[in-house]
Design a protein around this ligand. Sequence first.
Ligand SMILES: *Cc1c(COP(=O)(O)O)cnc(C)c1O
Length: 358
Amino acid sequence: MSVFSSVPLPPAALRLALDATALASNWRALDRLSGAARAGAAVKADAYGLGAARVVPVLAQAGCRDWFVAHWCEVPDLLPHVPAASIHVLHGPMNAADVAYAQASGVTPVLNSLAQVQRWLAAGGGRCDLMVDTGINRLGLPMADLGDPGLAALDIDCCISHLASADEDVAQNAQQLARFQAVRAQIKARRYSLANSAGIALGAAWHADVTRPGIALYGGIVRSELASVIAPVARPQAAVIQRRQLHPGDHVGYNATFTADRPVAAAVVALGYADGYLRTWSGKGEFLWQGKTLPVIGRISMDMTIVDATDAPALVEGDWLDVAYNLPEAAKISGLSQYELLTLMGRRFLRDKACLTP
Ligand SMILES: *Cc1c(COP(=O)(O)O)cnc(C)c1O
């Protein structure tokens, strides 16, 4: 044990504040939009970077009953909060260790190939999901394999497929739906599931029994139909760690990409590309403080970003800034996707319950 164990760690200089009310209301909106189907939640990648340990209890309280993660290593974060069987592991059982873990924990593996089907049955089987590929050609059993006799021996809870282009109005959506209907006619399962966030907005035909929204729960607007019902959830905040006065001709940051042409008050913020605030924000990003907008000047560095605080004379070291991070807008400005903007956010952000706003 460390000699410092009795001294608390100083407070963080980065917080990922989470609007729990907006999160719950987004789930309810997506559940309503899912019509006769029930909305689950994609909580892979630590609930898209927001922290599964605080997101899952909020969604469970709102009424969510199905949880989708990608990796087996994501299961332990969920187990204290929800029944094991309600956790669906999308990547499937790749080896004997995955199978043993699924059977011991009681979580539901998503089988993606005949090899995985055989592996599961050989170990005694049990309740599972089946992912069938209907055109994304990523993960899932090819439709050509649907006649395999092994499939009839499975106890399938949810038969799943995944849409490739639901955020666009393209023929592929109807084509995948038609293939999914053919899958339903061949595969006996308790429930069927096709739609992600964008798929929910496509309409009732795509809803099946369970929907799997991810990005829209967390404030992403991936189709215009969602804009009126989805609220922002994530609010990254960073502390000012230094304020300094620049004179005309002074340069700022690595490689001197900004030169003051007038007196400029610069504030140094404790957020950098190591935290997911990538260099693409150089010269484009903005921070907000008491109604003022502070633009990024110079290069983003690993642990710091410099902003022009000339219009905020009262801003001092220790003050907190909001990062301008409205997802659809930030995606346009940065060239990053709304998904990347959330999942990039690094480990130095405080994601504890104290960040939950009522
Ligand atoms: C990530 C994922 C989802 C959620 O997708 P969003 O676009 O974030 O709503 C749903 N289903 C599967 C299989 C996924 O991998």
